[in-house]
Write a protein that binds this ligand. Structure first.
Ligand code: ATP
Ligand SMILES: Nc1ccn([C@H]2C[C@H](O)[C@@H](COP(=O)(O)O)O2)c(=O)n1
Ligand code: MG
Length: 238
């Protein structure tokens, strides 16, 4: 059985928590109302899963590194896992390369098997999944295969021109960091990824972060969300 990171309903009164009247805490109460576990990942623990979403170049990877180092999360970047798979002698390497170059989305079965492996080998039971799910198809497949919903969703909102500027300045030799692919990725983001954000928003799981300003200014907004989690954790002694 997975160990619940935050199984609020067992030990505390919802009314008592709501009496705190802190909007962030109230939102977080809703995020902790998830789902029964199953055998999608190693069955000894139930990780606390955060999906980190945002357009291409919105700063997901940059902020995840900071969250991981300060709050002790394991960071799994779907794009990074796919790039590693693409560069290894994998049977899916060629397919992944073509899909990434076209700015499209790799079939869910491939991405989820890489994420599942990452969750099972993570040394923390708090997991950030960066850049996933990218589509409703990704989301539905994850919930079916892994058997859980995320506890929390962080969404970085950033204007397109800022995202383009950041990607063109990234200089990491990525095959999709060129104007032709960026245009396609932006369209895929609007058409396929935004419905995922809307789905989780309707379930009260999304924390929208304004992703403009310096890395530190943005992290201060992010930090407040995760600090509230810690606060909740201390308050509840779970
Ligand atoms: N607040 C910021 N201001 C300026 N540059 C930034 C900021 N945050 C990140 N960057 C830079 O912008 C580029 C894109 O950031 P990052 O790789 O974190 O975005 P991402 O959302 O993970 O993008 P992708 O979806 O393409 O992987 C990087 O070169 C990063 O150093
Ligand atoms: N769930 C995902 C995540 C990523 N990809 C592919 C397509 C993306 O354009 C590319 C790069 O991802 P990023 O590093 O920008 O997060 O990887 C995918 O198909 N499915
Ligand atoms: Mg990234």
């Amino acid at each position: 059985m997975w160990r619940r990171f935050a199984h609020l309903s067992l030990s505390i009164s919802r009314t008592k928590l709501q009496s705190l009247q802190d909007p962030t805490v109230l939102k977080l109460i809703n995020t902790f109302s998830s789902d029964a576990g199953n055998d999608g990942v190693a069955s000894s623990r139930k990780p606390f899963i955060t999906f980190v979403l945002g357009g291409p170049g919105s700063g997901k990877g940059t902020q995840c590194e900071k969250i991981a180092s300060i709050f002790g999360f394991a960071h799994l970047s779907a794009g990074e896992l796919l790039r590693e798979e693409m560069s290894s002698p994998s049977e899916n390497g060629e397919l992944i390369r073509n899909v990434i170059k076209e700015g499209k989305i790799v079939p869910s079965a491939i991405t989820i098997s890489l994420i599942k492996r990452g969750i099972n080998s993570a040394t923390s039971d708090k997991i950030l999944i960066d850049g996933f799910p990218r589509s409703e198809e990704n989301r539905i497949a994850f919930e079916k295969i892994i058997g859980v919903e995320p506890d929390l969703v962080i969404f970085f909102e950033c204007p397109e021109e800022e995202m383009v500027k950041r990607i063109l300045g990234r200089n990491q030799g990525r095959i999709d960091d060129n104007m032709e692919t960026i245009r396609k990725r932006l369209k895929v983001f609007e058409d396929l990824n935004m419905p995922v954000v809307e789905h989780y928003s309707s379930k009260g799981k999304v924390h929208k972060i304004t992703a403009t300003g310096t890395v530190d200014e943005i992290f201060e907004r992010v930090r407040q969300v995760f600090a509230s989690l810690r606060y909740l954790k201390a308050f509840l002694s779970f």
